[in-house]
Design a protein around this ligand. Structure first.
Ligand code: NAP
Ligand code: ZN
Length: 335
């Protein structure tokens, strides 16, 4: 069958229509009719080849919600008509120690949907059904996609940083990922402070569940604070004054960095050592934690706040994401 996509043909390029020929699904593959697809900042990193592994033409889109329309003969857990979501990961070996532990995201053979194949800025998508997740009934189609990448990334990073409840948690950057981190942390019973460059986001933060919001202009250091945090999560795609944020951490506190700045992190060892603090990072989440995150989102009413754009207006939407004007996640809808 022919699939109509929108693709970047070179680094940083505008997206243009691009037709793909796709075979009928075999084995574990299935074909989805795309209903909606979020725009993650990682789509921009890949269009711009920031990580040096982009293959052009790039068809972005890894926060996909679709309806199953065709299945390979090995697919037993899905049927035609099911509503599923697909995130960053397109496949894994499913046999290594990481995969067997449920950490498929850590598999050496982990493949990014839009790195080794084509993503969801399209009318149809062929995917490995083992990385397609049924969407709980309570979650709206347009809002579900961003949970599959942004949502699980922050949920998993917070969990592996030790998030329980009753903790002080700081969220740095209130974009697509950050605004979901605020919701997960606060709805699960933590006190959340946001650090943002945007005045309007500071004003809105309490509606997301934050107890406090601190405006830190881009390129500036955060102010001195008396409060100590158990966990700080950075969702910012740029370098920050890491030393200042580490000083915010309580003893045994963790800074988890999921945003991807270009520069290496420069961190003074002394401020970690004296308080047994940790710095960690993590990549999306495996299948077990994606399933858990979807359950938690449905149960606690956690949904991204979205601005929708018809797929044809993709370049307008991308410009808005690049200029940090989206509140809080752009989602393309496909008719
Ligand atoms: P986004 O929607 O563009 O949000 C990023 C936010 O960071 C902005 O809204 C802004 O928040 C803040 N920000 C941007 N530039 C800044 C600067 N120069 N200084 C300070 N703050 C700045 O992006 P996203 O989709 O949430 O993605 C964020 C990052 O996470 C990207 O690097 C993306 O590639 C990465 N990511 C990682 C994973 C993973 O598995 N680790 C998964 C998905 C995405 P305020 O307006 O509040 O300041
Ligand atoms: Zn993403």
């Amino acid at each position: 069958m022919q699939i109509q996509t929108l693709a970047a043909h070179e680094k940083g390029a505008e997206l243009k229509p691009f037709t793909l020929e796709v075979d009928s699904p075999e084995g574990y593959d299935c074909i989805l009719k795309v209903l909606a697809c979020g725009i993650c900042h990682s789509d921009i990193h890949v269009i711009d080849n920031d990580w040096g592994n982009s293959r052009y033409p790039v068809v972005p889109g890894h926060e996909v919600v679709g309806e199953v329309v065709e299945l390979g003969n090995q697919v037993k857990h899905l049927k035609a008509g099911d509503r599923v979501g697909v995130g960053w990961q397109g496949s894994a070996c499913l046999q290594c120690r990481d995969c067997l532990r449920g950490d498929e995201n850590l598999c050496d053979k982990n493949e990014g949907l839009i790195i080794s194949g084509y993503g969801g800025f399209a009318n149809y998508l062929r995917v490995d059904s083992r990385f397609a997740f049924p969407i709980p009934a309570g979650i709206k189609t347009e809002a579900a996609g961003p949970l599959l990448c942004g949502g699980v990334t922050v949920y998993s990073a917070l969990r592996y940083a030790g998030m329980t409840s009753g903790q002080e948690i700081g969220v740095i950057g209130v974009g697509g990922l950050g605004h979901m981190a605020v919701q997960f942390a606060s709805k699960l019973g933590n006190r959340v402070t946001v650090f943002t460059t945007s005045d309007d986001k500071a004003e809105f933060a309490s509606k997301l569940g934050a107890h406090d919001a601190i405006v830190v202009p881009a390129g500036s250091s955060p102010p001195q604070l008396d409060r100590k945090f158990n966990i700080l999560i950075s969702t910012v795609p740029a370098a920050l004054d890491w030393s200042a944020y580490i000083e915010y951490l309580d003893s045994d506190g963790t800074l988890t960095v999921v945003g991807v700045p270009e520069e290496p992190l420069s961190i003074p060892l002394w401020s970690l050592l004296t308080k047994r603090r940790r710095v960690m990072s993590s990549l999306i989440g495996g299948r077990a934690i994606i399933t858990e995150m979807l359950d938690v989102a449905a149960r606690f009413g956690i949904e991204p706040i979205i601005e929708t754009f018809p797929l044809e207006q993709v370049n307008e939407a991308m410009d808005k994401v690049r200029s940090n004007k989206v509140r809080y996640r752009a989602v393309l809808t496909v008719s």
